[in-house]
Design a binder for this molecule. Structure first.
Ligand code: IPE
Ligand code: IPE
Ligand code: MG
Length: 240
């Protein structure tokens, strides 16, 4: 098979806003939940594809702190999907040497979901391939707020002095501590906004938006994003 990415730079960290499950379902006259179900299948496939491509970190936005505002039925259906796909994901992760990690505030979930997430992390911690990061009950502002709260507590307890708080120190209090910042952020379904995703981390990330609805996302779409990324002139505020 032809390798379209031959000679290209593979971004080390790809972040994904998987959007459009509802629209995918609506187009087919199906309930939104069916879009989410199909979207989970696409997540599984994308993990395998990213692992094969040699991407080191893949971070997907699964459920935002704002998504609790959806109907009780939809939130309930999403929780059921988490329950089911956490078990499947453990198998996929083990088969592909993938390490799973979660960002966001897991304490708001039911205990069985918290246990499942902990198990996913613990049982894949020693894997050395792709790190698959799931952002659930994640919001950039919430993450920064939780970080500031702990940092303030450490200062009040005399463990740190305010003068010593650098960008590195702030970053070390975030959920993404010890992860590189994303190189490429892909959003499906055409929306041109961040929706509270990785606010601190995407300071110099390249953005790529596709009209493709998340359940339709595939290897070709990911390759297109990486090809576009390779054409970007990354500057980080400097000049070449
Ligand atoms: C993304 O799809 C999945 C989640 C946010 C959980 P949406 O549910 O946002 O789908 P649209 O945007 O309504 O099409
Ligand atoms: C972003 O999608 C959140 C996730 C993909 C989990 P949303 O569909 O919730 O975002 P908005 O409402 O379009 O900004
Ligand atoms: Mg949406």
């Amino acid at each position: 098979m032809e390798n379209k990415l031959e000679g290209m730079v593979i971004p080390r960290h790809v972040a994904l806003i998987l959007d459009g499950n509802g629209r995918w379902a609506k187009k087919r006259g199906l309930p939104r939940t069916m879009g989410h179900k199909e979207g989970c299948v696409t997540v599984e496939k994308t993990v395998e594809i990213a692992a094969r491509m040699g991407i080191e970190y893949l971070t997907v936005y699964g459920f935002s702190t704002e998504n609790w505002n959806r109907s009780k039925e939809e939130v309930g259906a999403l929780m059921q999907l988490f329950r089911y796909y956490m078990v499947r994901l453990l198998k996929v992760a083990k088969a592909n040497n993938v390490r799973v990690r979660m960002i966001g505030d897991r304490t708001r979930f039911d205990q069985d979901i918290i246990d499942g997430l902990n198990k996913l992390e613990a049982e894949t911690a020693a894997n050395t391939g792709l790190t698959f990061v799931i952002a659930v009950n994640y919001g950039g502002r919430d993450e920064i707020t939780r970080a500031v709260r702990r940092l303030a507590a450490d200062c009040a307890a005399g463990k740190r002095s305010p003068e010593q708080v650098t960008e590195q120190v702030v970053a070390s209090y975030l959920d993404t501590a010890d992860m590189p910042d994303p190189d490429l952020l892909i959003r499906t379904s055409g929306e041109l906004r961040l929706s509270n995703y990785l606010l601190w981390q995407v300071a110099y990330t390249e953005f790529y938006v596709t009209d493709c609805l998340w359940p339709d996302f595939d290897q070709e779409e990911l390759e297109r994003a990486i090809i576009a990324y390779n054409k970007r002139d990354r500057r980080f505020g400097g000049v070449k």
